[in-house]
Design a protein around this ligand. Structure first.
Ligand code: HEC
Ligand code: HEC
Ligand code: HEC
Ligand code: HEC
Ligand code: HEC
Ligand code: HEC
Ligand code: HEC
Ligand code: HEC
Ligand code: HEC
Length: 350
C-alpha cells in the first residue's frame, strides 16, 4: 500500500485524482511550503538553473526577494514546471502509464531550487525517495532473506522504473524479460567470485527453453524485489544436489507440475520417466534423506536436450561438472557413464 500520509503532505497542487480506487484530494499551494525552501549552498549537491540565475520571479510573485521570501508561486506547481519542461509534461500525457505523483506534483520528489541529491531530488538516495511512499516494497525488502542487489544498490529502483511515465506496465523502462536478460548477460564474476549464468548466451545456445522462459516470464519463478527463498525464488526449492523428499520442498515446481510424478514406486500413467512401470522419478528423487533434486537431471532455464535434461550436473561444493550423456529414444532414453554405468529406460516396456 501507498503511505498516504507522507504522500498527502507532499502534495501541493489543488485537485483530485483517483488512483487504484483511492481518491486523493490535494491541498492548495498558496500557503507556502517551508520544506521546499532553498537549502544553504553548502548543503546542495544539485541546483536548478533558474534558481542559480537568481530568477525567483520566473516562479514566484515577486522577482527580487528583499527578505529571502519571494512570495507565493505564480501558478499551480505542475503547470509551472510544464512551462519549461514540456518534454516531461508531454511524456506524462502521451505515455500509457503515468506515475500518480508526477501528474499531481513535481515537488513530491523535486525541490525547485536545489537539493541534497542529484537531479534536484528531495532525498539524497533515490531509493529512499521511492520507499518513502512505497511502504509495501520497503517491507518486502526489509523482510527478504535474499535481496536483489539491482533493487538496493546504486540507481536502485531507477534501474528498472521510470519515475515519470512509461509505455510499459508498472512504469518499467523495458519489458521485464529484456530488463532481466540485459543485466544478466555477463561473464564477469560477481562479488563472491561466483560466475552467474550469461542469459543471452544460454538462451541462444540452448534450443529447449523451459515453458515460462519461452513465455518470457522470469517472474513466474523469481521475485524481483526480494524473496524468502534462495535465488529470489517465489517458492521453496532445494538449494543442493541432495535433499530429503517432501513435496513442500518442491513447491516451486509443483506450482505448475504434478507432484504425483514422484509419488509412487510403480506407475504406468503419472510419468514417462519410467522403465515399464518402475518409476525412475520416484527412484531418484523420493528418498527420506538423500534424494536427488530435480537439478541432478533438469536445467531450469534452457537446455541442449529435450525435457530440459542437462548436459552436465554441478556436483559437490566446488561445482565439478559431471556429464549426464543423455540420449533420447522414441520411447525413453539412456544416461551413459554418469552417476552410474549406462542405464536405459523404456516406458512402453510391459
Ligand atoms: C523553478 C521555479 C522556482 C524558482 C526559480 C524559485 N522558486 Fe522558490 N519555490 C518554488 C516552488 C514550486 C515552491 C513551493 C511552492 C509553495 O509552497 O509555495 C517554492 C518555495 C520557496 C520557498 C518556501 C516558501 C515558504 O513559504 O516557506 C522559499 C523561501 C523560496 N521558494 C525562495 C526562493 C528564492 C529566494 C528564489 C530565487 C533565488 C526562488 N525561490 C526561486 C519554485 C521556484
Ligand atoms: C523558467 C524555466 C524553468 C522552470 C519554470 C522550471 N525549470 Fe527545471 N530546469 C530548467 C532548466 C533551464 C534546467 C537545466 C536543463 C539542462 O541542464 O538540460 C532545468 C533542470 C531541471 C531538472 C534537472 C536537474 C538536474 O540536476 O539534472 C529538474 C529535476 C527540474 N528542472 C525540475 C523542475 C521542476 C520540478 C520544476 C517546477 C517546480 C521546474 N523544473 C521548473 C528550467 C526550468
Ligand atoms: C516520484 C518522484 C518524481 C516525481 C513526482 C517527478 N520526478 Fe522528475 N525525476 C525523478 C527522478 C528519480 C529523476 C532522476 C532520473 C534518473 O536519474 O534517471 C528525475 C529526473 C527529472 C529531470 C531530469 C532528467 C530528465 O528526465 O529529463 C527533470 C527535468 C524532471 N525530473 C522533471 C520533473 C517534472 C517537471 C515533474 C512533474 C511533472 C517531475 N519531474 C516529477 C523523480 C520524480
Ligand atoms: C509521493 C509519493 C510517491 C513517491 C515519492 C513515489 N511513488 Fe510510486 N506511486 C505513488 C502512487 C500514489 C502510485 C499509484 C498507486 C496506485 O495506482 O495504486 C504509485 C505508483 C507506482 C508504480 C506503479 C504501480 C503499478 O502497479 O502500476 C510504480 C512502479 C512506482 N510507483 C514506482 C516508484 C518509484 C520507482 C519511485 C521512486 C523514483 C516512486 N514510485 C516514488 C506514490 C509515490
Ligand atoms: C530489477 C528490476 C527492478 C528494480 C530494480 C525494481 N523493480 Fe519494481 N518492479 C519490477 C518489475 C518487473 C515489476 C512488475 C511486477 C513484478 O514482476 O514483480 C515491478 C513492480 C513494481 C511495483 C508495482 C507492483 C508491486 O509489486 O507492488 C512497484 C510499486 C515497484 N515495482 C516499486 C519499486 C521500487 C520502490 C523499487 C526500488 C526500491 C523497485 N521497484 C525496484 C522490477 C524492478
Ligand atoms: C521455472 C522457474 C524459473 C524461471 C521461469 C526462471 N528461473 Fe531463474 N532460477 C530458477 C531456479 C530454480 C534457480 C536456482 C538454480 C538452481 O539452484 O539450480 C534460478 C536461478 C537463477 C539465477 C541465479 C543463478 C545463475 O545461474 O545465475 C539467475 C540470475 C536467474 N535465475 C535469472 C533468471 C532469468 C533472467 C529468468 C528469465 C529469463 C529466469 N531466471 C527464469 C528458476 C527459474
Ligand atoms: C540493473 C541490473 C539488473 C537487472 C535489471 C536485474 N538484475 Fe538480477 N541481479 C543483478 C545483480 C547486480 C545481482 C547480484 C549479483 C549476483 O549475485 O549475481 C543480481 C542477482 C540476481 C539473482 C541471484 C540472487 C541470489 O542471491 O541468488 C537472481 C535470481 C536475479 N538477479 C534475477 C533477476 C530477474 C528475474 C530479473 C528481471 C526481473 C533481474 N534479475 C534483473 C542485477 C540485475
Ligand atoms: C510457472 C510454471 C512452471 C514452473 C514454476 C515450473 N515449470 Fe516446468 N514447465 C512449465 C511449462 C509450461 C512447460 C512446458 C509444457 C510442458 O511440457 O509441460 C514445462 C516443462 C518442463 C519440463 C519438460 C517436460 C517435457 O516433457 O519436456 C521439465 C523437466 C520441467 N518443466 C521441470 C520443472 C522443474 C524441475 C521445475 C521446478 C524447479 C519447474 N519445471 C517449474 C511450467 C513450469
Ligand atoms: C535422475 C534424473 C531426473 C531427476 C532427478 C528428475 N527428473 Fe524429471 N525427467 C527425467 C527424464 C529423463 C525425463 C524425460 C522422460 C521422457 O523420456 O519423456 C523427465 C521428465 C520430467 C517431466 C515431464 C513429465 C514426465 O514426468 O514424464 C517433468 C514435469 C519432470 N521431469 C519434472 C521433474 C521434477 C519436478 C523433478 C524434481 C522434483 C525431476 N523431474 C527430477 C529425469 C529426471
Amino acid at each position: 500500500m501507498i503511505n498516504l500520509r507522507s504522500f498527502a503532505t507532499a502534495l501541493l497542487v489543488a485537485g483530485t485524482l483517483v488512483t487504484g480506487g483511492l481518491v486523493l484530494t490535494t491541498t492548495s499551494g498558496t500557503a507556502g511550503n517551508p520544506s521546499l525552501a532553498p537549502l544553504p549552498d553548502d548543503e546542495a549537491v544539485s541546483s536548478h538553473a533558474p534558481y542559480l540565475a537568481g530568477q525567483c520571479g520566473m516562479c514566484h510573485d515577486s522577482g527580487v526577494p528583499a527578505d529571502g521570501s519571494p512570495g507565493a508561486v505564480t501558478q499551480e506547481v505542475a503547470e509551472l514546471c510544464a512551462t519549461c519542461h514540456y518534454d516531461i509534461d508531454q511524456e506524462l500525457h502521451q505515455r500509457s502509464v503515468a506515475h500518480a505523483p508526477a501528474i499531481m506534483d513535481c515537488t513530491a520528489c523535486h525541490n525547485p531550487h536545489n537539493s541534497p541529491g542529484a537531479s534536484l531530488l528531495v532525498e539524497k538516495e533515490p531509493k529512499n525517495l521511492c520507499l518513502g511512499c512505497h511502504g509495501e516494497i520497503q517491507q518486502a525488502i526489509a523482510e527478504a532473506a535474499v535481496q536483489h542487489d539491482a533493487v538496493i544498490d546504486d540507481a536502485a529502483c531507477l534501474n528498472c522504473h521510470n519515475p515519470h511515465a512509461s509505455d510499459i506496465q508498472h512504469l518499467l523502462t523495458q519489458l521485464p524479460f529484456d530488463l532481466c536478460v540485459s543485466c544478466h548477460s555477463s561473464d564477469q564474476p560477481v562479488e563472491d567470485g561466483v560466475v552467474r549464468t550469461n542469459f543471452s548466451q544460454l538462451l541462444e545456445e540452448n534450443p529447449y527453453h523451459h515453458g515460462p522462459v519461452e513465455g518470457k516470464d522470469c517472474s513466474a519463478c523469481h521475485l524481483t524485489h526480494g524473496s524468502q527463498h534462495h535465488s529470489l525464488l517465489v517458492d521453496e526449492y532445494p538449494e543442493r544436489f541432495y535433499a530429503p523428499y517432501e513435496p513442500e520442498n518442491y513447491a516451486l515446481c509443483y506450482r505448475c507440475h504434478n507432484e504425483e510424478n514422484m509419488a509412487d514406486p510403480e506407475t504406468t500413467t503419472t510419468t514417462r520417466f519410467r522403465d515399464g512401470s518402475r518409476n525412475l522419478h520416484y527412484l531418484h528423487v523420493n528418498k527420506p534423506d538423500r534424494g536427488r533434486t530435480c537439478r541432478a537431471c533438469h536445467e531450469v532455464h534452457a537446455s541442449e536436450n529435450p525435457h530440459q535434461i542437462r548436459e552436465a550436473v554441478p556436483f559437490g561444493p566446488r561445482g565439478w561438472m559431471l556429464p549426464v550423456n543423455f540420449t533420447k529414444t522414441d520411447t525413453g532414453g539412456s544416461c551413459a557413464r554418469t552417476c552410474h554405468q549406462t542405464e536405459t529406460y523404456d516406458y512402453t516396456k510391459e
